[in-house]
Design a protein around this ligand. Structure first.
Ligand SMILES: Nc1ncnc2c1ncn2[C@@H]1O[C@H](COP(=O)(O)OP(=O)(O)OP(=O)(O)O)[C@@H](O)[C@H]1O
Ligand SMILES: [Mg+2]
Length: 371
């Protein structure tokens, strides 16, 4: 690897291009990710090939130690996902995968269900083994355990992963010891914490600011499409989040797939039509919101004329956003109080208007997104 491709170099470039501000805690983490990257790219490492992994698992290869993966934790908006993505994108290894934790768990549950339906012996173990068959490095973004069904299987899954030489890099808002805090049957979850702590280097990232908040602070949150000035400002804000660059995200909603094309590191851009003119329930909205920290919602029309169904969905969407304390920036044809003056959902819509106003306040959301 030449110096040009080093993570430190890329980080420094982002600083000198004014894309980001220098942050010492991030620099330390970058150097740790760099060390891991170098070890992984070392062609002599046994786990670079499936045969080597099997041999090292059974103790035939002891010359080079398997490196520890990294568990990055810290508060919201401080660059955890950004740095993990930097590592992932520059890691010169084919057998790597990056996935959002929530999507990963949903996929696992489905695979385990299929394995159970086929009466496979030890379905969790066999699914975990198969999952990483052609994988050396797994990057999991935003690990959080709130669901008892997840809590009950993660220990077995990750034990199997680590036994089979997988290198894990993950981000989370919580230290492993605080995962699934106060959760149901937490005792049964504790072995997972031990597995994480003994197989990963636990790295805390800190920052004096939530960079995501800084990017939108002091700015309006509700823009009018009739105002050219508003439109310029709205588009400038969107441009700060590199939403066009990523591959987007595919969200599985029951048997449907919802594609959010403009999505990057928890920030998404959707038009009103994309999310309110197709059948969507509140739980579908909650599913989509679970991937987001900030949503730009564009092209909200005047809903008074014939927009009853989409107005009803908009009510559900805003309620879901409000409950989950998601940060929302909108661009609409009219001010909130004129969005839906006539129609059968007019009474309920008053709450939506009130919530839209509350969400524009600088103190909202008070504690960031709940987990
Ligand atoms: N040093 C920095 N200077 C300026 N902006 C930064 C810096 N580090 C990260 N950012 C920006 O802050 C935003 C949030 O970063 P990121 O998504 O990586 O945060 P996070 O720690 O993963 O947050 P969360 O816990 O909510 O997932 C991104 O738009 C990113 O580009
Ligand atoms: Mg993140």
């Amino acid at each position: 690897m030449n110096d040009e491709q080093s993570l430190t170099n890329s980080y420094n470039k982002m600083v000198s291009n004014n894309e980001i501000q220098r942050n010492i805690s991030q620099e330390i983490l970058v150097s740790k990710l760099e060390q891991l990257k170098k070890k992984l790219e070392n062609k002599r490492m046994p786990f670079r090939s499936t045969a080597g992994r099997v041999m090292s698992k059974f103790g035939f290869i002891k010359t080079l130690e398997k490196p520890q993966g990294i568990y990055i934790h810290g508060s919201v908006g401080i660059g955890k996902s950004m740095l993990m993505d930097l590592f992932f994108n520059q890691l010169d290894i084919e057998e790597k995968k990056r996935i959002h934790f929530h999507e990963f768990m949903k996929g696992l549950h489905q695979l385990i269900k299929n394995a159970r339906d086929k009466n496979k012996r030890d379905p969790i173990k066999s699914v975990a083994f198969d999952y990483i068959k052609n994988m050396q490095v797994l990057c999991l973004d935003e690990m959080q355990i709130t669901d008892v069904a997840d809590a009950m299987i993660v220990g077995r899954v990750f034990e199997e992963f680590f036994n089979n030489q997988l290198i894990l890099v993950t981000t989370s808002n919580r230290h492993p010891c605080d995962l699934y805090k106060d959760g149901l049957n937490r005792k049964l979850f504790l072995p997972f914490i031990d597995i994480m702590v003994s197989n990963l280097n636990i790295e805390r990232l800190s920052s004096p600011v939530d960079y995501r908040k800084i990017k939108i602070s002091g700015k309006k949150k509700y823009f009018l499409s009739t105002s050219p000035e508003d439109t310029i400002q709205f588009n400038e804000l969107i441009a700060h989040f590199n939403l066009q660059e990523g591959p987007g995200i595919k969200i599985q909603i029951n048997s449907r797939e919802f594609l959010m094309e403009r999505f990057h590191s928890g920030v998404g851009l959707l038009t009103f039509n994309e999310i309110c003119s197709i059948p969507m329930s509140s739980s579908d909205y909650l599913e989509i919101i679970s991937y987001l920290r900030l949503l730009f919602l564009d092209e909200i029309p005047d809903l008074s004329n014939g927009g009853d169904d989409s107005a009803k969905r908009f009510i559900n969407l805003i309620d879901s956003i409000y409950d989950k304390k998601l940060e929302l920036l909108c661009r609409a044809d009219v001010v909130p109080e004129n969005l839906y003056i006539f129609g059968k959902n007019k009474f309920e819509f008053q709450r939506t208007v009130s919530r839209l106003f509350e969400m524009q306040s600088i103190n909202w959301p008070i504690k960031g997104k709940t987990h």
